[in-house]
Design a protein around this ligand. Sequence first.
Ligand code: MN
Ligand code: MN
Length: 299
Amino acid sequence: MFSDEVIKKLIKAGEIAKKALRYAERVTKPGVKVLDLANSIEKYVEDIGGKLAFPVNIGVNTVAAHYTPVYMDDTIIPDNSVVKIDLGVHVDGYIADTALTVCFNPVYEGLLEATRKSLEKALEVIKPGIRASEIGKIIENTIRSHGYKPIKNLSGHGIERYTIHSGVIIPNYNDLLNVHRLYSGVYAIEPFATNGAGLVKELNQVTIYALRSTSRELPDEVKSFYEKIYNDRRELPFTTRWYIQSNTDVNKVRETIATLKKYKLLVEYPVLVEKENGLVSQFEHTIIVTRKEVIITTA
Ligand code: MN
Ligand code: MN
């Protein structure tokens, strides 16, 4: 059960995330550098009193998730593109996770509409005790009725304090093997739709990491870096861009990442792209399910 104080923090995180996402929608345009976009969205979150639950994800076209620009990234938002902005805010560890898609070619409006509608319909039926598979079924049926496919290996998820993925999965399809029911808890509902295969695959590229907690003594080479991040954000995801101020930091940070990996102190989130290079659209809200009601914190 949630105390009033916890609910207040969750709602505050949701309000900040909602405002930041609206800002992101305004500033995302063809020709803009994704690096400038990410920096300005992340600065906006902090300026209005939020902390980043993870680096802002900017997924262009076939990139579904887990891409955030790197130091000196010169990628530009292309003409005619479909762009997902996914951002997470926390207040004292209480997280709001929200996303939307913008498109710069009217041809893809239908794809966005399918996804938007599927989230809307899912949120309409969610009540305490609903099966996760029931939510997935509604999402899948809605997306398919618009002529697209849900991405089956991406899903919504339970959220806990300082933990983005609690282990609870909210499928984006009628997954009969998922027997979970949504009782009291915080959940992110996030349908993804595509005109491709309906699956994502991992690229070799990694731009987002998280620390693994450890009870062992930290190796000297990484001790200060690990402690700096862990004290600030525990196991919440981060990106190297945050810790590189100039060219001289680049190799240092790269080596530190490699060392953390060697000691199994690092989780890597590879970039996820659509398997058949389909375009991908995503919308996401965070909800609090209590014993008697459902609060959408990011709407
Ligand atoms: Mn998200
Ligand atoms: Mn999420």
